[in-house]
Design a protein around this ligand. Structure first.
Ligand code: 5AD
Ligand code: SF4
Length: 441
């Protein structure tokens, strides 16, 4: 979501005469688009700001100006605090207010230091300009489209409901128009995103509410789209129509990111997740019925307050039962203002570290096994960019694995059948397969 927001900020400021640069030293304006999900993420911002403050001072000595903006969820959560803690910061702008950047920057140029952390998602999307064809092309053949923002779930460890606000779904017509524009400029893969993407309930022009499954089915008919994905989902909102969509929509990729967090029902309850381990396994069973080759990824937290060795063993057991293609896993990080942070039975840092290491070693084993199992198979790859070596092109498998082959650069943006010949630690190597050749095999 932060990647998407950053591109929209670039679109917006492009209209104001700003251009993106990869060199910090060239920038007149630096925006840190921040994440507040874990403490480490937030702390990194302040160390980065410290470096930028030095740069700003050095420039001022040469008579050059540089504006520093803190955007995103740290801005939302800490507001004025950021201005106090780092004098060099000019603006603090929350994730639902960044459409007001042009006006805020004008005020900053007059020397004012401001904070804007209003919540107005509808106003934001209406105010944002669409990217130009050139901007879209420069960003590649795979693009995100935000369909939903915010979260009403209030998992007891999580800041998102506080920083991103309540669940809001964008209208169907806006999503279709944004997607059409991307596809017209050459985008082939669309990933629908939202903090709770499968809770999507957006109105159409007749005032009827569409589910995510209905939206996907509609996009599945859009000419030019080769692939559809969606992320991130909550198990409670994994409706049967969405599960069935994996059978009925050919372009919907057989890969589902579905955070479970823990395999212990006791911990899940304490986390206010509103599902059990068995509920999660049942969703996967039904997904596999709909689409037998569906690959799963998930998020895990170890060391939530009160987590015992037995609870942790339940998490490992669940992982063994599912077999994940990929995963994200974290040590529990107490976040100010969330119920989890108030608990007095916090887990020792050392225990968290050990549990995370054990969990990650099992997940890594599964990831390698999943990649190794693709060797010898022929799969469809969407080519996204030139490969690392001359004459190579690189893309993704339906299961999100990076794949590289020898092939011509004009295949970028195309899908093609690839015979996988080897699995490295982070990518697969393959060979382009002619249609006739596959028929023989
Ligand atoms: N501590 C550790 N991990 C967290 N996540 C969210 N909040 C916390 C926290 N306080 C993880 C969850 C979520 C992912 C985006 O980040 O696993 O699914
Ligand atoms: Fe956070 Fe996801 Fe839970 Fe919402 S559903 S509170 S975003 S972990």
């Amino acid at each position: 979501m932060n990647v998407y927001d950053a591109t929209r900020m670039a679109d917006l400021l492009g209209r104001e005469g700003y251009a993106e640069t990869a060199e910090e030293a060239d920038a007149d304006l630096v925006i840190l688009n921040t994440c507040h999900i874990r403490e480490r993420a937030a702390e990194k911002i302040y160390s980065e700001l410290g470096k930028l403050a030095l740069e700003k001072r050095a420039r001022a000595a040469e008579g050059r100006d540089m504006k520093i903006v803190v955007a995103g969820c740290v801005a939302q959560a800490e507001g004025e605090e950021v201005l106090k803690r780092q004098r060099a910061v000019d603006l603090v702008v929350g994730p639902q207010s960044y459409h007001r950047l042009p006006d805020l920057l004008k005020q900053a140029k007059q020397g004012r230091r401001l904070t804007d952390t209003e919540f107005d998602v509808d106003e934001k999307f209406d105010a944002l300009p669409q990217p130009s064809r050139a901007q879209i092309r420069a960003r590649g053949v795979s693009a995100f489209v935000t369909v939903q923002e915010g979260c009403d779930k209030f998992c007891s460890f999580c800041v998102v409901p506080y920083t991103r606000g309540a669940e809001v779904s964008r209208p169907v017509a806006d999503i279709l128009a944004e997607t059409q524009r991307l596809v017209d400029a050459g985008v082939r893969e669309i990933t629908l995103i939202g903090q709770n993407v499968n809770a999507y309930r957006g109105p159409d022009d007749k005032g009827q509410e569409w589910s995510l499954a209905r939206l996907l089915a509609h996009l599945g008919e859009m000419e030019g789209i080769a692939r559809l994905r969606y992320t991130t989902s909550h198990p409670v909102d994994m409706a049967q129509d969405l599960i069935d969509a994996h059978e009925s929509i050919g372009k919907l990729m057989p890969y589902v990111h579905l955070p479970v967090q823990s395999g212990s029902d006791r911990v899940l309850k304490a986390m206010n997740r509103r599902h059990t381990g068995a509920d999660f396994l049942d969703i996967i069973r039904r997904l596999r019925l709909a689409r037998p080759d569906v690959a799963m990824s998930s998020d895990f937290i170890v060391g939530f307050p009160g987590e015992t060795d037995a609870d942790f063993a339940d998490t490992l057991a669940l992982i063994r039962e599912v077999g994940f293609a990929a995963s994200f896993s974290f040590k529990y990080s107490p976040r100010p203002g969330t119920p989890g942070a108030e608990r007095t039975d916090q887990i020792d840092e050392e225990v968290k570290r050990e549990r995370l290491a054990a969990l990650q070693s099992l997940l890594e084993e599964q990831r390698q096994a999943f990649n190794a199992a693709t060797v010898g198979k022929t799969i469809e790859v969407l080519f996204e960019k030139p490969g690392r070596h001359e004459g190579q092109i690189a893309g993704k498998s339906p299961y999100m694995q990076p794949v590289h082959v020898s092939g011509p650069a004009d295949m970028i943006g195309e899908t093609a059948r690839v015979a996988i010949v080897a699995a490295g630690s982070n990518s697969l190597a393959g060979r382009l397969v002619g249609k006739g050749e596959e028929a023989k095999a």
